[in-house]
Write a protein that binds this ligand. Structure first.
Ligand SMILES: [Zn+2]
Length: 231
């Protein structure tokens, strides 16, 4: 465990969250284990939102996430935009993810749900549908944009550290369980935040009322964001 260095500010809690889903960008094998290794090296507890189909494909990895002590959430089964479902389709999708997460890890992902792409995070259809299944929507304060291919890992690291410190206690940070940039940046993110006085907590260690349903999309996304261009 790293120690808080001179000049550190008052302790504050940071909830790093990782969405684990089938990649829609190039990546390489082993990234998820690298992320988990980096978290274990500083005994950081975090929250992982698992996509049901991903759990089916990578059950041993899902088991490791749980065994490492991280909190599990549900990231849907198909990773579709949730408002597009019929009411029955919505319940089927969320429940299917719930069941495979439980079968693979033994953990109950309720009440934590993150909407794929953040889509529908404040839509009453989505919120009511989740509530009926024992879930609530979890947004984020800081989007790392770790999936953006043109972003350099060192810039990502500095940016996430700066914005998380600026937010202060209770900051919820969005990262992904498969991006090479996340794996490259995470050790430095952890070092920088620890040096500033951060402790890493699961969402269940925060005041639930203070956890946003919505995503923060106010961050100034770069103009050349190229998510429609095959990388
Ligand atoms: Zn996702």
């Amino acid at each position: 465990m790293e120690r808080v260095g001179p000049g550190a500010s008052a302790p504050f809690r940071v909830a790093l969250t990782f969405d684990a889903e089938h990649p829609d960008r190039p990546t390489r094998p082993g990234v998820t284990d690298e992320l988990l290794d980096a978290l274990a090296a500083v005994a950081a507890r975090t929250t992982w939102f698992l996509q049901g189909r991903w759990v089916e494909a990578y059950a041993p990895l899902a088991r490791r996430v749980a065994a490492d002590g991280h909190l599990l959430g549900n990231h849907s089964f198909y990773h579709a935009r949730m408002p597009l479902f019929s009411a029955d389709g919505f319940a089927t999708d969320v429940s299917a993810a719930d069941e495979v997460i439980r079968a693979a890890t033994g953990a109950d992902a309720r009440p934590w749900f993150r909407c794929p792409f953040g889509t529908g995070a404040t839509d009453p259809f989505v919120l009511d549908g989740l509530a009926a299944l024992g879930y609530r929507s979890v947004g984020w304060h800081i989007d790392s944009l770790d999936w953006w291919p043109r972003r350099r890992a060192d810039a990502l690291e500095a940016d996430v550290v700066e914005r998380t410190i600026a937010h202060g206690d209770g900051a919820i940070v969005l990262m992904h369980g498969w991006t090479t940039n996340a794996a490259a940046a995470l050790p430095g993110v952890l070092r920088g935040l620890v040096a500033a006085g951060a402790t890493f907590v699961g969402l269940d260690e925060l005041d639930e009322a203070a956890i946003p349903t919505d995503v923060d999309d106010t961050y100034d996304v770069p103009d050349d964001l190229d998510h429609l261009v095959p990388a």
